[in-house]
Design a protein around this ligand. Sequence first.
Ligand code: BES
Ligand code: MN
Ligand code: ZN
Length: 512
Amino acid sequence: MPSPAIDPSFPISFLRLSETHAGWAAVPLFEDEDPGTLAGDPALAAGVARAVAATGFVARRFEALVVPADEKEFKADALVLLGAGKVDEFTPDVARRLASTCALLARGRGASSVALLHRSGAGPTASLAASIWAEAWAEGATLAEFDPGRYKTAEEERKAMPPVTLVWPGLPEAERGGARSAASRGQLVVRCANLARDLVNEPGNLLPPRLLAERARSLADGTSLRVEVLEEPALHELGMGLLLGVARGSHEPPRLILVEHAPAGAPASPVLGFVGKGVTFDAGGISIKTAGGMDRMKDDMAGGAAVLAALRAISLIDIPLRVIGVVPSVENMPSGRALKPGDVLRGASGRTVEVLDTDAEGRLILGDALWYARQLGATHLVDVATLTGSCGIALGKTTTGLFGRPDDWADRVRALAEERGERSWRLPLVDEYKELLKSEIADTVNVGGRYGGSITAALFLMEFAGEDRPWVHLDIAATAWNDEARPYLPKGPTGVGVRTLTALAAAMAREA
Ligand code: BES
Ligand code: MN
Ligand code: ZN
């Protein structure tokens, strides 16, 4: 990604690890590695050999060992061995997660600062450009800055994040500038992803659509983004019956949040349109959800948060491309006014929908929003939505469902997501399943049955995205929230989507 606008802010040291001043000196180690491989830094090699001999540390991936550092050998207080797993399975993605593991641990244990040594392993990724490695290390370390404890009042539970420096002894002079700016870009983008995580973490009572719109305005602070928020009268005028229909059951009014990045000199085409589901709480409406786990449905605006945060990143990096963000936001509640199963709604595109299940609300509001993104002139569409539980049944909790067409566009988004450490897998837009969405009385129904539920949801969206321009749909229902802590990722919101959307804008700008 070209990034002239980023000031180098992520520190990289070119000294030996043993000569770097820090609270922690952290060294990634591979399974069965002979400490002799660290001979370029004799003090480090000796320290590691002693620690391994004393503890039997085997360097399994994401295991860590903290030992006091010998002050004659090190300028750090502690030597930290980081398990990096098998040497030939080490990739920038493992580096990214290893950096998170290290930074989270350092934060939890109150380290004052961290010096993290670059290693590149073996195999085809070992020779990747320094900028690619630097970006991955920086992204990983920055992910640890996210603080979920906003509403904790006990200070001692809220740990400060120690500063992290990447240590890359002997990186050739010619590669330093590129590594520095790539690391700084990674830090900037992940800081935006962390802002998305903050939004997703907010409970429904404190972040209804009105306030999500306010937060969108503050996300634009210090950027050249233009934010516009449409309220009910404007939504009526546009005929957005799908969005208004879902919103009916709630006391909280809906919003359509529009964010635009339109840098001077950007080409007239392509124009990227990012559409994010912004359901600030999804009770299911009259087709109400069961109580167990319903609290999680505060994360049903994670797609919208990803779009807003990505636009901030895109603006701060100053990517020379027009990008439009559209976030339809509602609360999906049951009430005497609420949408009922069997009701028919007419969306802004004119299409009518028979609502068989009010819990399939995301596709309704996205229908109006996708249509609007087209009206605004988006030539390429990507929507991001916590859309279906069945996507998680198909792909599990760490893999986003990716739909789209044409194939080369979908594959391209998938490849960029993979590079940024956001795993996804393509699911098919099976033509025959369109039958499942036929209505007796309207143009379509809003649910296609239990089988292939994420596919019929995507097919529903496709009717609104249109046949005439590239479109991708990311179903992040299972990936927006991590419900089992891992060494590199705590429980809670993941910020998924921000890195992919930002990388996509940068890649498109490079070609435009
Ligand atoms: N927001 C949910 C999807 C969801 C489920 C997100 C679990 C995160 C975790 C969505 O609005 C929904 O309720 N989908 C229904 C669709 C069904 C009624 C066809 C679902 O997945 O059960
Ligand atoms: Mn729902
Ligand atoms: Zn929902």
